[in-house]
Design a binder for this molecule. Structure first.
Ligand code: DGJ
Length: 712
């Protein structure tokens, strides 16, 4: 129940899930957050008021008579001299705004701040919610209350950082190397990460974190924001000479992309903000938040086989039914037919846009394969790339006006493809009808929804308007529509691997394709940082062939499966090339994952901060602390052999755990297994987390899998 707050002199304290957010409502035109982080308990109103007073900026020599305030929407009219929270104009006029609080509705953990700039003709609603897991969610709605058009250039959610937050962590990357971490100090100025690719992109930062110097997974105060949006965006960390530091995130609007007519409203994407003493706590809050959603995938995640690396474009019913037989035999539960099944799609130069089954390759349609897969007890999944069009397609020939472009020339192509103008209602309806027909005509439980290019010059026609924003809105509407028409349908978000991983797409999809690289050594890094936001049950992870296609590296099944084990397990491998012994080994890994998947889908992901970067220790600890699955991976050779002791964080300090090695795949370790080293010891969670145990004598690129079971 929301209560109106007398905002003239109020201090608001929102609390939930171990997080406090305190707002000084009286000091500026709009409230200023004076604390976001650790729960402060329940101070009296007088103590809270003094907390607010103690945080107010002071007048300084050479400064403003009324010092600037970092409010929920920082504005020049409040003396703010750094990056503003709002920018826009009315045909070049009315550039400055003075949004001021007109009312606040609040309950114990959330608030809606109503604000208006009557002269400027703007009204805003700023929403803040502290969730049960301690995540702070915020979004802003801006309404043009004036008579003429308001061109919105920028609207960000802005949150303050503690003064000690001095080191930035964000992620960057490219195809086959998504979400590689980078760090730098937060000095005076701005660190801005932008995506202008029309999709987040492999280079985009999944979250922008700032913490105390050297913060890691296990400890170090750190705050971060992530944006629930699948298009262009901007995130920034900024420190001013007046002693403020902040995180801000919002959509990056192209020129003229959002023009609000009188009475129209723009709503920012949700900004999901979290904090923790260490990244494990910070990301745990985000995982818990996702898991609390009513529509979070809860049924056991089906082991998936994807056909891409097994057959690529070589679609042949006999070959694929043989692959399905092998898949079922090793315990696969979902068989996904990848790219290559539709009209004219013999390679990646043609066909995108024509979502009809190719009669040459599939003379009897997909029915025989679907029936075969279903007959084996597996779900059937299908690859689509709905937003894309090859100029060599019937769709492009019939509707050239449906391709995004800003000039007469088409944008520079990528993978020989162009992009459909999804915001065009005719194109949207055509696509919806084609996909709906596919889903109606076939027993399809799953779509792998791909998106294989960055957008350029994404306009609605020559000399027209930018369409990235509208395209994302149209995509979300399309996904919502298909999910409503086909209850139970699951969708995987894929984009040249992991180039569309964000909390916006995850509202409508059921897992992400983390990366096209299946190289476990590369995957360790990619999964670690994708996992900052995405919990294991939504993180597509496939074991693969001994010679990895993307890197040429030779890897053991133990490494490939062990790394995939802490995600949503699948297989990307031509199983028809394996003998019975090889299939049995895979089957044992699949069985092992199936035994643990319920725990993996509800447990806490942990990573050890080890000085020796050649060793990777990570795991998932059951929500009740009763067990854990941990991998120790020797990424490269260590300075010592055997390696030093490794710690296993995140266990219940007071409980005793029996440590056993799990190695369903004995054949992977020829000779005397080094993995038998400490199997059977029982140690307390505190011992394991603080003192550790000697690492097994692993050779480079060997992995040990431990099961820890509480005995007390
Ligand atoms: C890119 C995806 O990431 C791959 O997994 C595969 O589906 C190809 N596209 C197919 O073209």
């Amino acid at each position: 129940m929301m209560t109106p707050i007398d905002h003239e002199d109020a201090v608001l304290h929102l609390r939930a899930g171990g997080t406090s957010v305190v707002l000084d409502v009286a000091a500026g035109r709009l409230p200023a957050i004076v604390h976001w982080g650790q729960d402060l308990g329940d101070p009296s109103p007088a103590l809270l008021a003094d907390l607010a007073v103690a945080a107010r900026p002071q007048r300084i020599s050479g400064g403003l008579d009324r010092p600037g305030r970092l409010t929920l929407v920082p504005q020049e009219s409040d003396g703010w001299l750094a990056t503003p929270g709002l920018a826009g104009h009315r045909a070049g006029r009315g550039f400055t705004t003075a949004l001021s609080t007109t009312g606040i509705d609040a309950d114990a953990s959330s608030a809606t701040v109503h604000a208006a700039d009557e002269r400027g003709g703007l009204a805003a609603e700023i929403r803040l919610e502290v969730t049960a897991s301690g995540v702070l969610r915020s979004r802003i709605r801006l309404t043009n209350a004036g008579d003429d058009d308001y061109t919105l250039d920028d609207l960000h959610v802005t949150l303050p950082l503690p003064d000690d937050a001095d080191e930035i962590l964000d992620t960057t990357g490219h195809h086959l190397r998504e979400r590689a971490p980078q760090r730098r100090p937060l000095t005076i100025g701005s660190h801005v990460r932008e995506s202008r690719r029309g999709r987040p992109g492999a280079d985009s930062t999944l979250l922008l974190a700032v913490g105390t110097p050297g913060f890691g997974f296990e400890r170090g105060l750190v705050h971060a924001v992530s944006l629930a949006w699948s298009g262009n965006h901007r995130m920034l960390a900024e420190r001013t000479v007046t002693g403020e530091s902040l995180l801000a995130a919002g959509e990056l609007l192209l020129p003229g992309e959002v023009v609000l007519a009188s009475g129209e409203t723009y709503e920012t994407p949700w900004v999901v903000a979290s904090w923790g003493d260490g990244l494990t706590m910070l990301s745990g809050r985000i995982h818990d938040d996702l898991r609390a959603r009513p529509h979070h995938p809860r049924r056991p995640r089906p082991v998936t086989l994807n056909t891409w690396e097994a057959v690529y474009f070589d679609h042949d019913l006999e070959r694929l039914t043989a692959l399905a037989d092998r898949a079922a035999a090793v315990g696969v539960e979902r068989f996904v037919l990848d790219d290559g099944w539709f009209l004219g799609r013999r390679d990646d130069t043609a066909g995108l846009g024509d979502w009809l089954v190719d009669p040459i390759v599939w003379p009897r349609g997909l029915g025989p394969l679907v029936d075969h897969v279903r007959g084996l007890g597996m779900e059937f999944g299908l690859w689509v790339e709905p937003e894309m069009v090859n100029p060599d397609s019937d769709l492009a020939r019939e509707h050239p006006e449906w391709l995004l472009r800003g000039r007469d020339d088409l944008p520079v192509s990528a993978r020989q493809q162009q992009v459909l103008d999804l915001a065009n209602p005719d194109a949207w309806t055509h696509l919806r009808d084609r996909l709906d027909a596919l889903l109606t005509d076939h027993d399809i439980a799953y779509l792998k929804w791909d998106h294989n290019r960055d957008l350029l010059e994404a306009g609605d026609g020559p000399g027209g308007r930018a369409r990235v924003h509208d395209g994302v809105v149209a995509l979300y509407a399309l996904l919502d529509d298909l999910l409503a028409r086909h209850p139970g349908l699951e969708i995987e978000s894929c984009a040249s691997g992991g180039a569309r991983v964000d909390l916006g797409i995850l509202e409508r999809t059921h897992r992400v394709w983390t990366s096209d690289t299946l190289d476990p050594v590369e995957r360790l890094q990619i999964q670690r940082h994708t996992g900052l936001v995405v919990p294991p049950e939504l993180l597509g992870a496939h074991l693969t062939s001994p010679v990895v296609h993307s890197t040429g590296r030779t890897v053991s099944l133990e490494l490939s499966a062990g790394v995939a084990l802490l995600g949503h397990l699948g297989i990307e491998w031509d199983l028809t090339a394996l003998d019975d012994a090889g299939l049995e080994r895979i089957a044992s890994w699949v069985a092992l994952w199936r035994r643990h998947r319920a725990m993996l889908a509800t447990g806490r992901v942990v990573h050890a901060d080890l000085a020796d970067a050649s060793v990777d220790v990570r795991g998932v600890v059951a929500a009740d602390g009763a067990e854990a699955l941990v991998t120790i991976t020797q990424v490269a050779s260590s300075r010592s052999h055997p390696g030093a002791r490794v710690r296993i964080p995140g266990l219940d300090a007071d409980r005793a755990y029996r440590v056993t090695t799990l190695s369903p795949d004995d054949a992977a370790t020829p000779g005397q297994s080094p993995l038998q080293w400490a199997s059977g010891v029982t140690l307390t969670g505190a011992t394991l987390g603080v003192v550790g145990l000697r690492a097994p004598a692993l050779l480079p690129q060997q992995l040990a899998l431990l099961h820890l079971e509480a005995t007390t």
